[in-house]
Design a protein. Structure first.
Length: 360
């Protein structure tokens, strides 16, 4: 394997060996604390433009299978791992992890002291980095200009319809995970996946029984032009917002968001359900949160909080059937503690006709 380097904007340089696609790649360096689920993680569109550091020391031990990809093609900028396992053992395995990266055109680097790297990120906040074949100074690099609008890159370009026998759900695609679609289909829903910029009037024509606003990458404020449409849609149809969708609905109703120092990414994040006092273990992947002080309590009730930092993890509108969660209830990868939220959403929908609510 060829020697490679991870170069951070803070000045640190980590030496390792290159895996996957042999090319230089720049992106936001983040870390995920999950012990399993690396295939789902690298194929999650929410990681578009980011370089993922896996905290778990051994990656690739159960290989790669045909069923766990969350998207057709990975959108991440790169992968950083400690130990690479090239002898996977699992009956469903069809590929090595390194072969998956190569086929997907994703660069990676192995043999990195990921504990030290994570400490660096926690100390400095999320930093930009470069996976490179050459050891160079960050200050001498030519960097890309304005950051890309990643939602526009990963969202579907045209509506896609999945027929079933139950309620019709429109899934607004900001970078949705396949497992969210599958969860809806397993509940019997017909689903129309639509582009992120689909208007209220266009959604009206589809006559949905409910709308799901999906997860996705980037800063939610990049979608500010669509906040009025999001508000109209969620005031008219029973709505569920997941991750980025949660943030967008909150913003559409006047709240604010902020960037966390190093985000919540992993499958072991505890959240407290405030109504019951029960703690759920959840799967999360986000760098932004809704600002606590910006929530109008006459509009939204806070339903979940993060146990570690008390950040908002869920909201429910006091008048409209709008529910949002910052975590991923479909739990791919991760625990299934909150899977019921998708079933709860579907249970309130009617399979016939168009539900209307007054728009204020």
């Amino acid at each position: 394997m060829e020697k490679g380097y991870l170069i951070l904007e803070t000045g640190e340089v980590f030496e390792g060996v290159l895996i996957g696609e042999q090319k230089d790649s720049e992106g936001e360096v983040v870390f995920n604390t999950g012990m399993t689920g690396y295939q789902e993680i690298i194929s999650d569109p929410s990681y578009a433009g980011q370089i993922i550091t896996f905290c778990y020391p051994i990656i690739g031990n159960y290989g790669v299978n045909e069923i766990d990809d969350e998207s057709i093609s990975p959108s991440l900028a790169g992968v950083i791992i400690g130990d690479l396992c090239e002898t996977p053992s699992h009956y469903q395995s069809i590929n090595k992890f390194s072969e998956k990266l190569q086929q997907a055109g994703v660069p990676g680097i192995a043999g990195i002291d990921t504990r030290l790297l994570v400490k660096t990120i926690r100390k400095n906040g999320t930093v930009k980095g470069l996976i490179s074949r050459k050891e160079v100074s960050w200050s001498n690099l030519e960097h890309t200009g304005e950051p890309l609008f990643w939602v526009g890159k990963v969202s579907t370009k045209k509506p896609v319809y999945y027929k079933n026998n139950g309620p019709h759900v429109v899934l607004v695609d900001y970078g949705y995970k396949k497992s969210i679609l599958h969860a809806l289909l397993q509940e019997g829903c017909s689903v129309t996946v639509v582009p992120y910029k689909t208007s209220f009037k266009e959604i009206q024509k589809l006559k949905p029984d409910g709308v799901l606003f999906s997860n996705g990458p980037g800063d939610p404020m990049e979608l500010a032009d669509w906040f009025p449409e999001i508000k109209k849609i969620s005031q008219t149809y029973p709505s569920l917002g997941i991750c980025l969708g949660h943030q967008l609905i909150a913003l559409a109703f006047g709240a604010k968001t902020k960037k966390l120092e190093y985000g919540h990414r992993g499958a072991n994040h505890p959240v407290k359900e405030l109504r019951t006092g029960k703690v759920k273990i959840t799967s999360q992947n986000h760098g932004y949160v809704v600002v606590d002080e910006s929530i109008d309590q006459s509009i939204f009730e806070v339903t979940y909080r993060n146990v570690n930092d008390q950040s908002i993890e869920g909201l429910q509108h006091v008048d409209y059937p709008i529910v949002t969660v910052q975590f991923h209830p479909e739990a791919h990868p991760g625990p299934r503690d909150t899977l019921h939220l998708l079933a709860d959403f579907v249970s309130q929908l009617t399979s016939v006709g168009e539900t209307r609510y007054a728009i204020s």
